[in-house]
Unconditional design. Sequence first.
Length: 179
Amino acid sequence: MKRINVIDLDNTLIPYDSFRVLVKNELKKFSIKIWLLTFLRVARIISAMDFKKSVIGYFLVSYNSVFFTKFAKRVYSDIDKEVLNIIKSNTNSNTINILISASPDFYVKELIALLGWEGKGSYFDENKNFINLFGEKKIFWLKENFNRNLYDYFFAISDGNSDKQLLSLFQKSILWEKK
């Protein structure tokens, strides 16, 4: 039976929130749509979920895969070597490393390709419903794609309290704290 490791991206594999960096970079470009969405969010006129969904939708229609790959390469260069070493020490030839992130799949999938792993980021499904891979949604996605009867849930690492339930599914886990 193959074993799996699950890794969180933001504030775990990398030492920051990649979605926040993506939005800040767009604000620096004076994107009117992103400025408006940010204003609406700061004023609490729209929810965090609606903000995220709208921003991701904006990026999907405004940019192509070259932009997403470039951003993924930037994120890749910022991987925390200590975390990567912990993951490697829990990986053997029978292990599948899986990155599951609430960050947008349009660059998470590019990062996954650079790492040679599997996984998913937040996405729009075939019915255009927004799936935010956060908390219990991560568990649902994991179980749907890596059935516990077919895989050994070996190791997981995440920084978030929202992932405590996910971490509890694994033989070994680390609730990562930034240094």
